[in-house]
Write a protein that binds this ligand. Structure first.
Ligand code: NAD
Length: 355
């Protein structure tokens, strides 16, 4: 198996290095034939090649078994005509990674300010308010005059159906409860269609219940009682916002793992950004990207009917659980280890727990 690894900006190279330490150990311990092809994206690529994403990375991505993308400084990349392409949007759109799966749970050993919870967000990943990726050509955000900007949102029945199916399939393996989060009281057509598709999908999964919440109220319910949630299905921007909140509620954004998945490709990518405020200091939490990589292993295991891959995914998650309980963690969640040392301690744990 070959994984394309794109370390990205800010804390990206640090958390990617720790992730690779742990994946190499996991591959050794579980006998997985794993190769990594590392390529530059973001500022490193812009400096070297004049673009944040070289076109040939798409060929590499299509021929690889999966991708690992570190966070990138997307806010800095404003003008695609100058090579400033948003790498995350580029791969999500080009590889049709329509589902962004963001699990979020509390961890024994960490303070649980809102009590214990375990939920997963299924976020539509290719359209909605994200103007830089919801058109076949160009961008749906435009400046009409010096003082007027229009940003268009795209909602398609196909995308709503696809994400609804992912949510119900997830719920079927979990606690059989989907909550559709929307703003159909205002966006009656777009979010109305999204709700229609969630309701229609529910009919194919009679064992799974469907609740509906307006997004603003959903945030209040999540803070009040996150235990009430199992699978949240929602459109692109709400999912992005809610998942940062739930990751932080679980302990830290540095625990926010996420997988971008389509029918043919999948990309592990932490929920958070490039964290320039802590970059280069060896203090970022690598667990977000390591958990994302575990999700990728699980996806690969299912896709290739390869149980060892799924075992390895489970082992990484258990090792993180035990590392957290033992306090082998970074300071955002109350530990004293650096990014590198956290990755190394986790690798030892993965090794010992198998033996
Ligand atoms: P951010 O998510 O990078 O950081 C928010 C806060 O969380 C910061 O205080 C940061 O230090 C902390 N944090 C994030 N990851 C952490 C980790 N692993 N361990 C410990 N603390 C962590 O948000 P931002 O600062 O607003 O954005 C920085 C850049 O990232 C911007 O250019 C933004 O556009 C980009 N961004 C990229 C992605 C992506 O690549 N998927 C996602 C969100 C933001």
């Amino acid at each position: 198996m070959r994984l394309l690894v794109l370390p990205g900006d800010g804390i990206g190279p640090e958390i990617t290095a720790s992730t690779l330490t742990d994946l190499r150990t996991t591959a050794d311990v579980y006998g997985l034939p794993l190769d990594f092809q590392e390529e530059a994206v973001g500022h490193a690529s812009l400096n070297q090649f004049g673009t944040t994403v070289r076109p040939k990375l798409l060929e590499f991505a299509r021929s690889a078994d999966g991708l690992i993308l570190g966070p990138t400084a997307t806010f800095d990349f404003r003008d695609p005509t100058k090579g400033e392409i948003n790498p995350s949007a580029f791969f999500r759109k080009s590889l049709d990674l329509f589902a962004n799966i963001r699990p979020c749970r509390t961890w024994p050993g960490l303070p649980q300010k809102l009590g214990a919870f375990d939920l997963v967000i299924a976020r539509e990943n290719t359209e909605g308010f994200y103007a830089d990726r919801n058109m076949a050509q160009g961008n749906s955000e435009m400046q009409v005059t010096e003082d007027v900007v229009i940003s268009l949102r795209r909602v398609t029945r196909r995308a709503c159906t696809r994400i609804a199916r992912v949510a119900f399939e997830l719920a079927q393996q979990r606690r059989k409860h989907v909550t559709a989060v929307h703003k159909a009281n205002v966006l009656k057509l777009g979010d109305g269609m999204f709700l229609d598709e969630c309701r229609r999908m529910q009919q194919q999964f009679p064992g799974v219940t469907l609740d509906e919440l307006i997004v603003d109220a959903a945030m209040a319910h999540l803070i009040r009682h996150p235990q009430d949630f199992d699978v949240i299905v929602t459109t692109n921007m709400y999912g992005d916002i809610i998942s940062d909140m739930t990751a932080e509620a679980s302990g830290s954004l540095g625990l926010g793992g996420s997988l971008n998945a389509g029918d043919d490709y999948a990309m592990a990518q932490a929920s958070h950004g490039s964290a320039p405020d802590i970059a280069g200091r060896n203090i970022a939490n690598p667990f977000s990207l390591i958990l994302s990589a575990a999700q990728l292993f699980d996806w690969l295991g299912r896709r290739k009917a390869e149980p060892t891959c799924r075992d390895a995914a489970g082992a990484i998650t258990r090792a993180i659980e035990n590392a957290i309980a033992a306090g082998e963690i970074t300071r955002d969640i109350g530990g004293r280890l650096g990014t590198k040392e956290t990755g190394e301690a986790l690798a030892r744990r993965i090794e010992h727990e198998r033996n």
